[in-house]
Design a protein around this ligand. Sequence first.
Ligand code: 1CP
Length: 324
Amino acid sequence: MRQAGRYLPEYRAVREKVDFLTLCKTPDLAAEVTIQPVDIIGVDAAIIFSDILVVPEAMGMQLVMEDGNGGPRFPAPIRSHAQIDALPVPDPHSKLKFVLDAIRTTRNNLNNKVPLIGFSGSPWTLATYMVEGKGTKNFRHIKELIFSYPKDAHFLLDKLARAVAAYLSAQIEAGAQAIQIFDTWGGVLAQEEFEEFSLQYIRRVLSLVKRSGAPAIIFCKDCGHSLEKIADSGADVVGLDWTIDIGKAREMVGSYVGLQGNLDPAMLYSTPERIEKGVQSILKKFGKGRGHIFNLGHGVLPDTPFENVKVFVNAVKKFSVQYH
Ligand code: 1CP
């Protein structure tokens, strides 16, 4: 899940000098903040520093990142067939070259110390931001699109699936050793609509990506209802949020996919004792054997005490040896 960011003083120091999008678009700096959690926290893999929203930007949408609580925003959201029609499927080698350069620089600087994960938003999650224009509570506009204009919704999602597949293939070619698809908003749909508007397009992406042996991790937040279908989508690893019992998930799908997760990130606001207890509980639920990538059930939350992220990583290393 997301591991760089504001909880790290070293990240804040870099961000004081440049704004967020400049950081994403300056490969040397992106590589630097990608490697920070590896060196400072001791995580076992790096995830390339970028954002899912650079893909809509590469399709021609203006992206604004507001500091403070504003977050990312598209001032001219997609609200018509004509706008969808005008969206190109971008060539990642030109429009997203800065991400590919950041991957190449990071691989070089990591020198095989840990593997590097590339990522993209899922077509559905990208469509959500493109149509809403910003974070939303009730998803009014994107849901109006799928319920009232389903053909247009499919038109948009199909373009996004092709864009995401080309982007992930280019990341693998540039050196990403695994890829992760974030479906942050899959869980706002009922099961039937999740299948039609989200999972179908994740499957499509996976069928198109030139994986060259790189495993694919699929994380659909709040989608426990569709665990078996997600595991059957062509994923190698399924990311779990904290609402799913990882022991039950292992019983259901653990014989054919790996599982990633799933500590509640809010537990990192708590005490070292509570964090260690939480880590042990998840290890016990998964049980002995291979196939578990320990992680949070979503990204590190803002203002998480930096020491507690270290406590978490150390606890995973300390207690997991009993379960090998
Ligand atoms: O100024 C800052 O530092 C802004 C905070 C921030 C960071 C650190 C944003 C804005 N994006 C990122 C980096 C980022 N985003 C990574 C890099 C890897 C890492 O952190 O280690 C990744 C993987 C993402 C992916 C991302 N961006 C997702 C999917 C994963 C998830 O957390 O659900 C989503 C939904 C976004 C959108 C986004 N970008 C930033 C914010 C604040 C948001 C959420 C906006 C919202 O929904 O309101």
